[in-house]
Ligand binder design. Structure first.
Ligand SMILES: C[S@@+](CC[C@H](N)C(=O)[O-])C[C@H]1O[C@@H](n2cnc3c(N)ncnc32)[C@H](O)[C@@H]1O
Length: 372
């Protein structure tokens, strides 16, 4: 290992050796660069700890986890140290310095259930099978999804992060078309659409192998998308999933103006989360030592609130500018729509957003009432 300075950081109840001063570095993750540790992704890793624990609790067999793009190995080392019960975690990075750092971290923490690997992730996935595969790249995960779908055991989980938000949100539509084979739509709805494009891509890749997807938990936060998707083997699962994978017209998205009319997607139009799993995952928060517990609680509460809601949402400010009226308070909108017999819930995509089964005319009426 080169003589870069290292420091010890602590996440959860695990101490990890990382290279110093790499927190703000951005890069393509080439084989020669120093592995970096990004403290701003702690919430992302904390949540993976409780989803992994949920998977262990809900399975009757010993599981094999893979931290496929591990850098310092922080996520995989934490899995090995913080999860209860029997399992093994392979921690992989093709970068030689990362590999040496991962090995050092395994030795320092005296972990018996962790294996360091130094391979191209696609090669590793072609040669082995796993129950949980974590794909946390710089940018897009698309380069690994085909092999992950082939490698995952039936009912296993593929967890992946996408930080190529400009592509998924429609700032660079041609990039999105090349990577995801989908047309994004740059609008107030772009984060939900981006998340559904990512899930749609996984659905399509899985269907090739007669596998279906079941999203357990999906979200957008802090400039990245993250999904946990259960993969189910069988033509009927694949067919059911593909039925929920479709193009839409931009007019179907609330508040898009006619000038913008175009095809959007294809998108995943099924659920973003699985209700019972979400409830169980949230209760596990109390069993673990996590620095981001409060933020995670808020995020998971919002996901639970929106779990049964239809795709897409409105925002009070978006409605106000569309209707050229002042925006009533969120509470007022909720109260009035509920009085009219509609369901209305908050959404994690926007602090002024809400999802409802109310037709636009009923929402307009509430705005009019509040503006007279
Ligand atoms: C964003 S970093 C991973 C961060 C890490 N998961 C964490 O939580 O700190 C991406 C890592 O992927 C590695 N990488 C990129 N392409 C790879 C490939 N094809 N096979 C294996 N490792 C790869 C890079 O060397 C880099 O360390």
């Amino acid at each position: 290992m080169k003589t870069q300075k290292t420091e010890i950081i602590k996440e959860g109840n695990t101490e990890i050796l990382v290279f110093k001063n790499k927190a703000s570095k951005k890069g393509p993750g080439s084989k020669d660069e120093e592995p970096f540790y990004n403290p701003s992704m702690e919430l992302n890793r904390d949540l993976s700890i409780i989803v992994a624990q949920w998977l262990i609790n809900s399975c009757k067999k010993d599981l094999h986890f893979l931290d496929g793009l591990a850098a310092s190995g922080v996520r995989g080392i934490r899995f090995a140290n913080e999860l209860d019960d029997d399992f093994v975690v392979s921690i992989n990075d093709w970068n030689d310095q990362a590999f040496l750092l991962i090995k050092r971290n395994i030795e320092r923490s005296k972990l018996k259930n962790a294996i360091a690997c130094n391979q191209n992730l696609n090669v590793l996935l072609s040669e082995n099978k796993y129950d949980y595969i974590d794909i946390d790249p710089f940018g897009s995960p698309v380069y690994f999804i085909d092999s992950a779908v082939r490698s995952i055991y039936n009912n296993g989980i593929i967890a992946c992060t996408a930080t190529d938000t400009a592509a998924l949100c429609g700032v660079y539509p041609k990039v999105c078309a090349r990577r995801y084979c989908a047309q994004p739509f740059h609008s107030y709805m772009m984060h939900e659409l981006g998340l559904r494009i990512l899930l749609g891509f996984i659905c399509r890749e899985a269907a090739k192998y007669d596998k279906g997807i079941e999203p357990i938990l999906s979200y957008y936060t802090d400039h990245y998308f993250r999904v946990y998707v259960k993969i189910r083997r069988g033509k009927s699962y694949a067919n059911k999933s593909i039925e929920k994978f479709s193009l839409i017209n931009s007019k179907e998205i609330a508040l898009s103006s006619n000038n913008d009319e175009c095809q959007v997607g294809p998108l995943w139009l099924g659920n973003l989360h699985k209700k019972p799993a979400l409830e169980e995952i949230r209760t596990l928060l109390f069993e673990k030592e996590l620095n981001t517990k409060n933020s995670l609680w808020k995020l998971l509460s919002l996901l639970e609130e929106e779990v049964d809601a239809p795709p897409f949402f409105y925002t009070t400010d978006g409605l106000a500018s569309y209707l050229k009226m002042a925006s009533p308070k969120m509470e007022t909108v909720f109260e009035k729509l509920q009085q009219k017999g509609h369901t209305v819930v908050r959404t994690h995509f926007s602090s002024t957003g809400f999802k409802t089964d109310a037709p636009l005319d009923d929402i307009k009426e509430v705005f009019k009432e509040e503006n007279t």
